[in-house]
Design a protein around this ligand. Structure first.
Ligand code: APR
Length: 246
C-alpha cells in the first residue's frame, strides 16, 4: 500500500476508534457503487442531463407535472433494482459496534436502512413513500409505480422527497442538528456539499470543535474546512479497508 494510502487508512481508523460520538453524513456518492447515478459528478451526474428545476422542484410539480412524474417514476424504478453495497453494510456494523452514532443522509434510496442501519436521518425525505400533495394522505411507492397519481381528494400523489423550493422536514432537521452538535468526529461520504441547508451540518460540526473528514472522489465546496480530505478512493473500498483496522 502506498504511503499516502496507509496514512489515510491510519488516520481514519484511529479517528474512528478515538472518537466519542461519530456522525456520518452521506450523499449520492454513497450509492453509486450500488448502481444509482449521483447528481453532479463530472461524468454521469443526473443534473448533467436534465436541469433539476424542470423535474425536481415545486414549480415542475405544479406546471410540468408529466415531466415531474416521468422523472420520479424512472428513479423509483431504478431504486427497486439495487442493493446496498459493502460500504452500507460496514456502516450498519459500525453502528451496532458503537463506532458510529448516526447517519445523516441526503439520499432518498433507503439503502442505509436496507443494510441494517437504524439511526438514519433522511434530510431530503424518501422515494420509498408517497403522499397526497393536498390532504397529506400517505401512499406506498407502488401506487405511484402503478400510475395512480390521483388521491381520492383530487390532489396529486407525489413522492415523499424534498423538492427544490421546499423546506427540510423539521423532525429530520432537528435530529440532524442534535447529532451534529454532539459529534466530535463528522465524516462526509460522497457529497459535493453544494446544496443548502444540508451542507451547513459539516460546517456546524467543525465550528463546534469536531474533526471534519471529507471522503469524495472530486473536490467539494467545503474541502477548505476539513481536517482530512480523502480523494480518489471509492467509498466502498475505503470502508472495507478501514474496517480491517478498527
Ligand atoms: N466514492 C467516492 N465519491 C464518489 C463516488 C464513490 N464511489 N461516487 C460519486 N462520488 C462523488 C462525486 O464525485 C460527487 O462529487 O460523490 C459526489 C456526489 O455529489 P452530488 O452528485 O452533488 O450529490 P449530493 O451531494 O448528494 O447532492 C445533494 O442535491 O440534487 C440534490 O436532492 C439532491 O440530495 C441531493 C443533493
Amino acid at each position: 500500500m502506498e504511503d499516502e494510502e496507509s496514512y489515510v487508512i491510519h488516520e481514519l481508523s484511529q479517528s474512528l476508534v478515538a472518537a466519542k460520538h461519530t456522525t456520518v453524513f452521506t450523499g449520492a456518492g454513497m450509492s453509486t457503487e450500488s448502481g444509482l447515478p449521483d447528481f453532479r459528478s463530472s461524468t454521469k451526474g443526473l443534473w448533467k442531463k436534465v436541469h433539476p428545476e424542470t423535474v425536481a422542484s415545486v414549480s415542475a410539480m405544479n406546471e410540468n407535472v408529466q415531466s415531474f412524474i416521468d422523472f420520479y417514476y424512472e428513479r423509483m424504478k431504478s431504486q427497486q433494482q439495487v442493493e446496498p453495497h459493502a460500504g452500507h453494510t460496514i456502516l450498519a456494523v459500525w453502528e451496532k459496534q458503537g463506532l458510529i452514532s448516526s447517519i445523516i443522509t441526503q439520499n432518498v434510496d433507503g439503502l442505509h436502512q436496507d443494510a441494517g442501519s437504524s439511526n438514519v436521518i433522511e434530510l431530503h425525505g424518501t422515494l420509498r413513500k408517497c403522499h397526497c400533495n393536498r390532504c397529506g394522505k400517505e401512499y406506498p411507492d407502488t401506487a405511484f409505480l402503478k400510475g395512480d397519481y390521483k388521491c381520492a381528494c383530487g390532489g396529486l400523489i407525489r413522492p415523499s422527497v424534498v423538492l427544490f423550493g421546499e423546506s427540510l422536514p423539521f423532525d429530520a432537521f432537528y435530529k440532524a442538528s442534535e447529532e451534529t452538535e454532539q459529534a466530535d468526529l463528522f465524516i462526509v461520504l460522497g457529497s459535493s456539499l453544494s446544496v443548502t441547508p444540508a451542507n451547513q451540518f459539516p460546517l456546524a460540526a467543525k465550528k463546534n470543535g469536531a474533526k471534519l473528514v471529507i471522503v469524495n472522489m472530486e473536490p467539494t465546496e467545503l474541502d477548505y474546512a476539513a481536517d482530512l480530505v480523502i480523494r480518489n478512493w471509492k467509498i466502498g473500498e475505503l470502508l472495507e479497508t478501514v474496517n480491517r483496522f478498527v
